[in-house]
Design a protein around this ligand. Structure first.
Ligand code: PNS
Length: 183
């Protein structure tokens, strides 16, 4: 999927696809993306549009939020996909899938997924990056649970996401964050 800017096809260099639900994106995901940019020229954040999986944010909301977070990082491309991940990756020039590993408990699921993807496309490798120690307990699922119960998720997700979670759960937006005070 080379990028086209005013008719000129831009070479994306070494590309990795970072797939996920990103419902919503957390600092754990962002940390993986930022570290991957040290290795790859372009990271495509591929947000799964899976009708079977109930998500808090719609696919358009998830894409829009991730785009807003990376608006100043041109080598992060935000996209959505439906169906098989390997079919989506085939439309890009990526040879690598990127996934974060938080704990050994992630391993079995990830191992099965990577093995299935490799069986579907033997030329596609999955690269695992260990989540930084500050975020190994952070997941979209726990973030949603904490936010739904009125707990603070600031520092674990960007302020934009914390605000959007509060809007979703109809909780008051924290004054301190609204006017941008320091921690
Ligand atoms: O953030 P998640 O929910 O752990 O991401 C999982 C995701 C979206 C990467 C995975 O469910 C996926 O690749 N879905 C697309 C369908 C597919 O290709 N399935 C076969 C791989 S096992």
């Amino acid at each position: 999927m080379p990028q086209r800017t005013k008719g000129v096809v831009k070479d994306m260099g070494k590309v990795a696809v970072y797939p996920g639900s990103f419902d919503p994106i957390t600092y754990g995901h962002i940390d993986i993306i930022e570290r991957a940019l040290e290795i790859f020229d372009t990271v495509i954040v591929a947000i799964a549009n899976n009708a079977e999986k109930r998500s808090l944010f719609t696919i358009d909301e998830r894409v829009e939020m991730v785009k807003a977070i990376f608006k100043d990082t041109p080598n992060v491309v935000v996209d959505s996909f439906k169906g098989l991940l390997v079919d989506y990756v085939a439309k890009t020039n990526a040879k690598v899938l990127l996934r974060g590993l938080r704990a050994t408990s992630d391993f079995e699921y990830e191992f099965h997924m990577a093995s299935m993807n490799r069986s579907l496309n033997p030329h596609l490798d999955t690269l695992f990056m260990m989540t930084s120690k500050d975020y190994f307990f952070v997941s979209s699922r726990t973030i949603k649970e904490v936010a739904s119960l009125g707990g603070a998720v600031e520092g674990l997700v960007p302020d934009l996401i914390a605000r959007r979670l509060k809007e979703k759960f109809k909780l008051p937006v924290t004054k301190k964050r609204e006017i941008g005070w320091d921690d």
